[in-house]
Design a protein around this ligand. Structure first.
Ligand code: CP3
Length: 334
């Protein structure tokens, strides 16, 4: 189909009633660690007509494999026990044999590929070293990332040791996902935007670059995602990726000018627009499409994950509208 492809970050999650039903019977980690169930969840959003499936897993699973206690606490989000504070904590993190310790994810990839049977590509993913480090240090989500920044600036040798380990695991994990059948990969650096451009360049970029360049021989598209990055888009590009994800805080056209037109762009509807009346929602969608102006490298997406209470009907509305309007515009250009 000659239309702009569309899919949504966090599309396999709680906004879907089928997912919520499964969650009544299974805990989050149980779902993720049972490949048949995880593959089933991966495919749930396909009924909306999205153009890619995203693996059902979580960016924090490698931290668990490294020996950290991980729990998803309802109403609170992820919690990691005994956060990393000093050199001993880093030394305690185990090297990970991906095939065994994260083998359940690879099995999910394999099963999901079989179930998709070529109808849509499967995207694998992992957290970027900086974002993973922030969870390992803060013990969960954070508002100001104080501990993370204290360690980064105050104990740079510990920071480097931690980030080196996270980089090695992340690269091995993504390579294994591709070998298991993932047809594209996304690196989630969700909280990179909390850093100044100078700090991003020094403390985060080198590690993300090592992950992204370490995948180049595999020949799969690499999507590089972060939010709050309007002030450092060229740096994201420098870190790497065939597709750069941008959020709604920057106009898509400006973002593209800064990143360079030889790179594809994913984005950038504000996830909150899925809660507003459909005429206003349609306006938001058309604005994104107009900014992308039919360029071949545009993937329509949100600027960040889909929110849990999002009305399913509005998601369907956006998928259909993006396909219809972009196909029409492309037809007119011929
Ligand atoms: O389609 C999909 O995207 C589902 C697969 C997926 C999950 N997590 C499952 C999940 C993906 C791609 C992720 C990535 C992820 N996990 C990120 C990066 C993306 C982003 O939004 O920035 C981050 C930061 C995490 C860490 C995490 N996991 C948080 C902060 C939370 C709690 C808050 C929230 O957004 O749900 C989780 C839990 C989680 N991961 C759920 C799901 C479906 C909800 C668990 C539940 O059922 O209660």
């Amino acid at each position: 189909m000659d239309a702009t492809p569309v899919w949504f970050m966090r599309q396999a999650g709680r906004f879907l009633p089928e997912y919520r039903q499964l969650r009544e019977r299974y805990a989050m980690l149980e779902l993720v660690q049972t490949p048949e169930l995880a593959a089933e969840v991966t495919l749930l959003p396909m009924r909306l007509g999205v153009d890619a499936a995203i693996l059902f897993a979580d960016i924090l699973l490698p931290l668990q494999a490294m020996g950290m206690d991980l729990a998803f606490v309802s109403g609170q989000g992820p919690v990691l026990g005994h956060p990393v504070q000093d050199a001993e904590d880093v030394a305690r993190l185990r090297p990970v044999d991906v095939e065994t310790e994260l083998g359940y994810v690879l099995e999910t990839v394999h099963t999901a590929r079989q179930m998709l049977a070529g109808t849509a590509p499967l995207i694998g993913f992992a957290g970027a070293p900086f974002t993973l480090a922030s969870y390992a240090i803060e013990g969960g989500g954070s508002r100001h990332y104080l501990r993370t920044k204290q360690l980064m600036h105050g104990r740079p040798e510990i920071w480097q040791a931690l980030l080196d380990r996270l980089t090695d695991v992340t690269l091995a994990y993504l390579r294994a996902q591709v070998q298991a059948g993932a047809q594209a990969v996304q690196l989630f650096d969700s909280w990179a935007g909390t850093l100044s451009p100078a700090d991003y360049r020094q403390f985060a970029l080198p590690y993300s670059r090592r992950v992204l360049s370490g995948l180049s021989d595999l020949g799969v598209p690499r999507i590089h995602f972060a939010t709050g990055t309007a002030g450092m888009l060229p740096l994201l590009r420098e870190a790497g990726g065939d597709v750069i994800s941008v959020d709604w805080r920057v106009d898509l056209r400006r973002a593209w000018d800064q990143i360079g037109h030889d790179v594809a762009i994913q984005g950038n509807l504000d996830p909150a627009l899925l809660f507003v009346p459909q005429n206003a929602l349609a306006q938001g969608v058309r604005h994104v499409l107009a900014q992308a102006d039919g360029r071949p490298g545009h993937i329509f997406n949100l600027g960040h994950g889909i929110l849990p209470e999002t009305p399913v009907g509005n998601v369907q509305f956006v998928v259909d509208l993006v396909h219809r309007e972009s196909a029409k515009a492309k037809g007119e250009q011929l």
